[in-house]
Design a protein around this ligand. Structure first.
Ligand SMILES: C[S@@+](CC[C@H](N)C(=O)[O-])C[C@H]1O[C@@H](n2cnc3c(N)ncnc32)[C@H](O)[C@@H]1O
Length: 244
């Protein structure tokens, strides 16, 4: 796991250009939002963990005008961007998803494309404390097949939890309503562009701090390239759990 200081600094630095690059994250947020609208919910309190620039947080505040909607993120730069969106029922603050304390405060906790930066054990324990009984936890995250090509070619990549681990961690205190993983394959012009994309998203784990071997680039291109560029895999995990 990358040091929190570094994660916070990387995301703060990319906050201003994050929305331009975060197309996949937008799609994941929209999917999560659609999943949510299949439930008949009366919500008064909502928390978004790792809210980034607040795209999903704001959608929730608009969809549930009677609810108090809070977004927290470890990166002050992200919270500054998010804070530009004004609504009476919407607020943002700097906070660590692994450490926020409270008991039974929320009807709904969401987290989109952020858990992969945190210890899921710790975040799940916090969510369990903060959700009211019957409350929902909706999330997306990335599974272990994410960036498998980079990994195979010798680049350093984050460790991602799989659905089995997620289910086991949540099972004692939550009912599994929905849990699925699907693969998405994205095209990039070059390995360099892929790494730039990950950096712009604040995903510095694939950044070897200048230690890249030319042979790794070559291997990637040979194994996963064609005349249009290279492809990279992302395993997208969607989960909906109800607090028992
Ligand atoms: C890929 S972004 C996703 C942002 C947003 N949820 C979205 O859908 O666009 C991941 C976010 O997680 C935040 N993050 C990473 N570690 C965190 C932690 N321990 N607590 C809270 N936020 C964290 C980052 O600062 C970043 O804004």
């Amino acid at each position: 796991m990358l040091a929190k200081r570094l994660i916070s600094a990387n995301f703060s630095r990319s906050a201003a250009q994050y929305d331009r690059h975060a197309v996949m994250q937008r799609e994941m947020a929209d999917e999560l939002f659609s999943l949510l609208t299949t439930f008949d919910l009366q919500l008064t309190t909502i928390l978004d963990i790792g809210c980034g620039t607040g795209y999903l947080t704001k959608k929730l505040a608009e969809r549930f005008p009677a609810a108090r909607v809070e977004g927290i993120d470890i990166a002050p730069g992200m919270i500054e961007e998010a804070g530009k969106q004004k609504r009476d029922n919407l607020s943002f603050k700097v906070g660590d998803g692994e450490e926020v304390w409270g008991v039974g405060e929320y009807d709904l906790v969401v987290s989109n494309a952020s858990l992969q930066w945190m210890s899921v054990e710790q975040v799940f324990a916090r969510v369990r404390e903060r959700l009211k009984p019957g409350g929902l936890f909706l999330f997306t995250t990335f599974g272990p097949k994410t960036l498998m090509e980079l990994k195979e070619c010798g680049f350093r990549v984050n460790e991602f939890p799989d659905t089995i681990m997620i289910e086991q961690l949540l099972k004692p205190h939550f009912r599994n309503v929905f849990l699925a993983a699907l693969m998405s394959r994205e095209k990039f012009h070059s390995v360099k562009e892929l790494i730039y994309y990950l950096k712009e998203l604040g995903a510095a784990a694939a950044d070897g701090e200048g230690q890249f071997q030319l042979s790794s680039f070559r291997k990637y291109k040979e194994s996963y390239g064609d005349e249009d560029g290279i492809s990279a895999s992302f395993e997208l995990i969607y989960g909906v759990f109800e607090k028992l």
